[in-house]
Design a protein. Sequence first.
Length: 343
Amino acid sequence: MDATARGSILVVDDEPVITAQLEDMLGAMGYRVLESAGAGEEAVDFASRGHPDLVLMDIVMPGRLDGIVACEHIQRNLGIPVVLLTAFGDDDHIARARAAHPYGYILKPFQNCQIKAAIEIALERKRLERGVEDAMVAFQAKAEDSELRLREANHRIKNHLSVVAGLLGLQSDVASDDACRELLEKSRMRVMAVAQVHENLCGSQPDLLLDAGEYLRTLTERLFNILGFGQSRLQLTTDIASARLAPPTLVPLGLIVNELLSNTIKHAFPDGREGAVHVRLRLQGDRADLTVRDNGVGLGVRENASLDSLGLELVQGLAGQLGGEVRTDPASQGVQITVSFPL
């Protein structure tokens, strides 16, 4: 594939050896390295002038701006996704990085497949966001168009989301690395969660308030059937209250359910273990609690704990979009995670 077609990347690291390694690696993957920088100030300057498709950036660098501050500036003011690289995995660095909402976070030393998966997922996520933004702008600009035009637009969006989900599924099938395969599969589930919101939107009233109960029940059952296919040893129960919410609230909710449910099914019941998963939405005054509970093994003893950790970081970021918080509640067996948010 032509490197221009795959996309351009700005590499930022103050270690010339690492910069050269990344340039060779990205070139072999088919990406075009737009520029290389060694400090946060240079990264912001190069990004504003060159407008790369993605920035791959170290955190600890000399100068006034470190990688996290530069990441915030580039994503907020330039709309360019940033994937952070660092040799520091301590709580302080992770907390600061999480607050900047990067599109990826990779610990050094890294493997080629980690870089490849992080870049592909970040670029795909940005393409989806831009697609949704473009669709919303187009919808608002042509709100008075005929019903036929609106139906055609909805049909195209639905087809595009289906194509993206299918391509991610195909890429997952051919991936040779288990970690890459799981990341691609999770991305496919996220696309499906967005597609479910779109499907509900197509039949909604002009006020755009949707039945959150129906949406979450349908999404939960579909995800469980796909993720738990052939696993009759697992049981799903739901207790989801009815509430009418706007799409900007439903999208993060759907993605949260996807993350928690996929992590639970994949990691809570190892070695053919039987178990149950319960999803609940409870309304309490002007707040709501979304809970996913299982009776499997605890977080501390699950395989691929790092993937669980990354999933929980994404859940925390999505909860932040809702103005809510995430808590891990005590459970006699398994794990219970609750996202509490204002209505």
